[in-house]
Design a protein around this ligand. Structure first.
Ligand SMILES: Nc1nc2c(ncn2[C@@H]2O[C@H](COP(=O)(O)OP(=O)(O)OP(=O)(O)O)[C@@H](O)[C@H]2O)c(=O)[nH]1
Ligand SMILES: [Mg+2]
Length: 285
């Protein structure tokens, strides 16, 4: 039985919409979650828009393990041949880097336009990524720099709104949602851990159990310290509930509560800054 559910109809529609949007732009800003670089990486982007320059942002570095962020950035660069920058969008300064990289990446396209005798125009860009990776935050940060909001553009598309970020860049003001297409349950579990899958699609107890397993593998010391477990004590939802004194009326440990709180404390980076994936697991892709 599959524990995390997919909706094939939605996926087909999302993929079509994404492709239509990708066709409108010169440079793509692609967001990943630095805590699960592999599972939040959409392997089909290059296929959907061959030869389009992409800037990959590994976002939420403030809640990821910095040692692995660096290693994953190098890995992703090697695999995609794209510029990869780790970002923390809660930090305003990272916006300038994004703007200058987009300009850099569009230079060749703009030069080709000039050679063809086409009129110069700003580089068109858009943000894509899986749910909750920080697409709206990126757009908001970039738009804050914008002086004017341009209207819908005839000839490009009637529905899409473009925002002029500066004299060189225009941004599509709605993101491209990457359909979470994988039917790989382990990948789905990690997406659920970082809140990239709607709550209705999974059982929180199942996901929390999976998260515990990963944390015990990579951050054993840290999780023990956080909850106050000794080295020989078993860590599971039951023991966490008992430790925290989350007990139901009939003296049964409140597993549901332990699951939900574990997930939210992990997502907020309160237990520690953790990366759930290691390159060795995926080196052969
Ligand atoms: N810790 C941390 N949180 C971030 C960062 N960037 C965004 N967030 C938070 O992550 C949550 C989701 O960010 P959004 O920008 O709404 O993400 P989104 O991709 O637009 O999400 P959907 O529209 O639901 O697909 C928000 O609570 C943001 O404040 C970051 O770099 N670090
Ligand atoms: Mg959004």
């Amino acid at each position: 039985m599959s524990h995390i559910h997919w909706y094939p109809g939605h996926i087909a529609k999302a993929q079509k919409q994404l492709k239509e949007k990708l066709n409108l732009v010169d440079v793509i800003i692609e967001l990943l979650d630095a805590r699960i670089p592999y599972s939040s990486w959409y392997k089909n982007t290059a296929e959907l828009c061959p030869n389009k320059p992409r800037l990959i942002l590994m976002n939420k570095t403030d809640v990821a393990d910095s040692k692995y962020t660096k290693l994953w950035a190098d890995f992703l660069h090697k695999k995609t041949n794209c510029k990869v920058i780790p970002t923390n969008l809660l930090n305003k300064n990272d916006t300038n880097i994004i703007i200058s990289e987009v300009v850099n990446l569009s230079k060749e396209i703009m030069q080709k336009r000039t050679e063809k005798g086409l009129l110069p125009r700003p580089t068109r860009t858009m943000v894509i990524g899986m749910p909750n990776v920080g697409k709206s935050s990126t757009i908001n940060r970039l738009v804050k720099r914008a002086k004017t909001k341009t209207g819908a553009k005839a000839g490009v598309t009637r529905q899409q709104q473009w925002v002029r970020i500066n004299e060189k860049i225009e941004l599509l003001d709605t993101p491209g949602i990457i359909p979470t297409i994988q039917d790989d349950q382990f990948q789905a579990l990690k997406l659920a851990c970082v809140n990239s899958i709607g709550e209705n699609a999974y059982d929180s107890e199942y996901v929390a159990n999976g998260l515990i397993e990963i944390l015990l593998k990579y951050y054993n010391k840290e999780i023990r310290k956080y909850y106050g477990f000794l080295e020989n004590e078993e860590i599971n939802l039951n023991s966490i509930a008992l430790k925290k004194n989350w007990i139901l009326k009939n003296s049964i440990p409140d597993i549901k509560r332990a699951s939900l709180i574990l997930l939210s404390t992990f997502r907020d980076g309160k237990i520690g800054n953790f990366t759930l994936e290691r390159i060795e697991e995926y080196d052969n892709v």
